[in-house]
Design a protein around this ligand. Structure first.
Ligand code: NDP
Ligand code: GDR
Length: 350
């Protein structure tokens, strides 16, 4: 029987990869997009067909996680077998500037969707996936982090996602809903938003290589993250909802890398080696051939509270879902730099 999925955040990185995956599996996919003054569907345009030109299994609806009546109406119209709640104000640093909005969209938005399912009596029909995050571990209480590691959020974003995590668990226990949390560690791709650190770095490498930028400014180079590929992780989301019972799952690679090391890997893709000099805000990365400073610190990118070290233990997902991250960090960096270089070469150098 054809399944129907509703994806919030369909225009984001994960929404695009998940739509691809579900359509390939034969699903009918309904995505929720926000109205914006400019078109914001670039990541899913290749999936969209004008309904006037015949049958399509990919549909877009306007909506917003801050608008409960809209969510109830959409849920009623679509009657989804599976809901993937990927929509969020997802930038940790921005959440320090917009804490109330972040809580409204990321915490209460999740509650609104769960309530929509309950109001419509879809508890026995609709499975719910919540995009939980390794940011919940924040000031980490154990290394590596698994489903049993205590949480200690370190940003308004993480605090909002903590509420979303627990309301999901609560609706599962209180109303028997199939509501599952995927606690996903950082995952990246050529579709990653331009202001997250990996994409900021790979775009800068491409722009420096094509002489469109001189220098890259970053914040904390010592932060360590467990970086995987988004394509692998959306497959994990799908498996989480196919499991015979709702549960909470860590998806991670099990390896961690510093921001500085990610910079080294990205420049290595274009044959450049950096030499790091200085300490703290004075630290710079010089091109080993020309001596030019390619990377410097701008304290504006430091966060009021930082998450220093994330490394996930995904053995539960491996044992029970048969899921494992497949793409290596080297492959991920290669793909991202190649994609940004191709885009940069289409622009005229300054
Ligand atoms: P993106 O920032 O790329 O996408 C977020 C999506 O949410 C976009 O489609 C955005 O729309 C939409 N959105 C934002 N606010 C609202 C709102 N108020 N109402 C409706 N839609 C909204 O994030 P990712 O794809 O990287 O991440 C997907 C989810 O997974 C997020 O919830 C994120 O917090 C979480 N997560 C991500 C991880 C990662 O490493 N990528 C790791 C763990 C969790 P628009 O395009 O209009 O901005
Ligand atoms: P993160 O991702 O906060 O882990 O959240 P981000 O790429 O923004 O930061 C990772 C680390 O890099 C450090 N950093 C910088 N970060 C940015 N954005 N820009 C910089 O210039 C810079 N310099 C250093 C940060 O301080 C941080 O330590 C992502 C998001 O996708 C969340 O939605 C998701 O929940 C988590 O990953 C898991």
């Amino acid at each position: 029987m054809t399944k129907t999925a509703l994806i919030t955040g369909v225009t984001g990185q994960d929404g695009a990869y998940l739509s691809d995956l579900l359509l390939a599996k034969g699903y009918i996919v309904h995505g929720v997009k926000r109205r914006a003054s400019l078109l914001n569907t670039a990541r899913v345009d290749h999936l969209y067909k004008d309904p006037h030109d015949g049958d399509t299994r990919f549909h877009l609806h306007h909506g917003d996680l801050t608008d409960a009546t809209n969510l109830i109406r959409l849920m009623q119209e679509v009657k989804p077998d599976e809901v993937y709640n990927l929509a969020a104000q997802s930038h940790v640093q921005v959440s320090f500037e917009t804490p109330e909005y972040t809580a409204n969209a990321d915490a209460l938005g999740t509650l609104r969707l769960l309530e929509a399912i309950r109001i419509l009596n879809f508890e026995n029909k609709t499975r719910f996936y919540q995009a939980s995050t390794s940011e919940l571990y924040g000031k980490v209480q154990a290394v590596p982090q698994s489903e049993t590691t205590p949480f200690y959020p370190r940003s308004p974003y993480a605090a909002a996602k903590l509420y979303a995590y627990w309301i999901c668990v609560n609706y599962r226990e209180a109303y028997g809903m199939f509501a599952a949390n995927g606690i996903l560690f950082n995952h990246e791709s050529p579709l990653r938003g331009e202001t997250f650190v990996t994409r900021k770095i790979t775009r800068a490498v491409a722009a420096i290589e094509t002489k469109q930028q001189r220098r890259l400014y970053l914040g904390n180079l010592d932060a360590q993250r467990d970086w995987g590929h988004a394509r692998d992780y959306v497959e994990g989301m799908w498996r989480i909802l196919q499991h015979d019972r709702a549960d909470d799952w860590v998806l991670a690679t099990g390896e961690t890398t510093s921001v500085r090391n990610f910079v080294d890997l990205a420049f290595a893709e274009v044959g450049r080696k950096l030499v790091w000099e200085g300490q703290g805000v004075e630290e710079v990365g010089r091109d080993s051939n020309s001596g030019e400073i390619l990377v410097a610190i701008d304290p504006a990118y430091f966060r009021p509270t930082e998450v220093d070290l994330l490394i996930g233990d995904a053995s539960k997902a491996k044992d029970q879902l048969g899921w494992a991250a497949r793409t290596t960090l080297k492959e991920l960096v290669s793909e991202m730099v190649a994609s940004d270089l191709a885009a940069a070469r289409t622009k005229i150098p300054v």
